[in-house]
Design a protein around this ligand. Structure first.
Ligand SMILES: C=C(C)C(=O)SCCNC(=O)CCNC(=O)[C@H](O)C(C)(C)COP(=O)(O)OP(=O)(O)OC[C@H]1O[C@@H](n2cnc3c(N)ncnc32)[C@H](O)[C@@H]1OP(=O)(O)O
Length: 252
């Protein structure tokens, strides 16, 4: 891989964006390589959680602006589609995903983090969607995912002003799940990943499916999907084992 480092540390797979001298900005090659790393382990049961992070001082400063000069409107559309489809794939990936935000998470970098299930930021992280300052707007799903995550008013403020926000404020508005000291970021994220890896994996996968596919349409469709998935969880050995364990402890 040219633009990322993939570190398999079962049950964790680390995907480390690795263009530190360009603040891990996302070019076409990186989009392709992240997609291929994810496809590679989709059926590998030893890998239970994916952690995205960046090398150096940034998570990612967004799409690679140096490629923008070559883009005519059709190529720009194609580039945005390619990036956005990767984010869609990450969001719907059957294993839990965590963005370990170790520094700047801007533009497409924040959009990548928004596609993950959980976002943990270091205290010195700065987040934002600064595309407006280039005369454009977020193109990897940010206009949709940010609104759904933190609500329209705050999302519009972030997208229209393009300011960078500090990690503590990001936590207050629900943009990140948690902020931790920079020195303990990796340790805390690893612990969180290991905790997720201990959970029943089919139920985790069902949760992701029901939450991701159930929230975009009419509520009755989402609720129906919830019931269906709930029923399917009863087909798993994990459910039988864990319910038996719970009941047998109490009948003693
Ligand atoms: C999905 C979409 C549409 C998008 O993401 S559009 C892009 C949105 N992102 C941005 O606008 C952020 C652009 N970057 C910045 O504003 C500044 O780099 C920051 C993040 C504030 C950091 O500033 P500094 O610490 O002063 O670092 P700076 O010197 O700017 O960056 C270091 C290197 O990374 C490069 N770099 C930073 N962000 C980049 C980006 N998004 N694309 C390409 N190169 C980038 C920068 O050009 C410089 O390279 P070089 O040393 O060869 O000149």
């Amino acid at each position: 891989m040219e633009t990322i480092i993939v570190r398999e540390e079962p049950p964790i797979e680390w995907i480390i964006l690795n263009r530190p001298d360009k603040l891990n900005s996302i070019n076409v090659k990186m989009v392709e390589e992240i997609g291929s790393a994810l496809r590679q382990n989709i059926n590998n049961d030893k890998i239970k959680v994916i952690i995205f992070t960046g090398s150096g001082k940034a998570f990612s400063a967004g799409a690679d602006i140096s490629q923008f000069k070559e883009l005519d409107p059709v190529k720009a559309w194609e580039f945005a589609t390619k990036g956005r489809e990767l984010m869609d794939y990450i969001e719907r990936y059957p294993k839990p995903t965590i963005a370990m935000i170790n520094g700047y998470a801007l533009g497409g970098g924040l959009e990548l983090a928004l596609s993950c299930d959980l976002r943990i930021a270091s205290q010195n992280a700065e987040l934002g969607l600064p595309e407006i300052n280039l005369g454009i707007y977020p193109g990897f799903g940010g206009t949709q995912r940010l609104v759904r995550l933190i609500g329209k008013g705050r999302a519009l403020e972030i997208i229209m002003l393009g300011d960078r926000i500090k990690a503590d404020y990001a936590e207050r508005i629900g943009l990140v799940n948690r902020v931790v000291e920079s020195s303990s970021l990796e340790k805390e994220v690893r612990e969180l990943a290991l905790k997720l890896a201990e959970k029943p994996q089919t139920a985790i996968r069902l949760i992701k499916t029901v939450v991701n596919y159930g929230n975009d349409g009419p509520i009755l469709s989402g609720l129906t999907l919830e019931s269906l998935g709930w029923g399917i969880a009863f087909a798993t050995e994990e459910e039988k084992k864990r319910v038996d364990e719970f009941l047998s402890k109490r009948s003693k």
